[in-house]
Design a protein around this ligand. Sequence first.
Ligand code: ZN
Length: 131
Amino acid sequence: MLFLMGERNVLAVLQEAFIGKCAGDDFSVDVPHEQAYGRYYPDRIQRVPKKKIDNGANRKFQIGQILNMQTPNGRSPATIVKVGKFNIDVDGNHPLAGKDLRFDVKIIAVRESTEEERQHGHAHGPGGHNH
Ligand code: ZN
């Protein structure tokens, strides 16, 4: 992937690990879940009537499918964890919530950012932001 250093394009702790490194360096970064996608909250699993999701259209739902759920805080993705006859259980946790992560990193290349990239706050090009 291509990212713009100094912006919130990657996890903060991962970005910190890049400081002082050069092209060709490889290293691993361990990120505890508290610094990644946070705790896993069991109460974010909810049972929702199918009718409420598809308006009675009898759509097929599958475990692992991601739905955009309406919540009091706006739309939020949730993963289907169980499909019943009339109800669906969805998990509103981030798929990586509660997981300690390890990134194996190899820096392929480093270049100056362009004015446009700095304005946009992300890198342009293959592996970066695509407009
Ligand atoms: Zn852009």
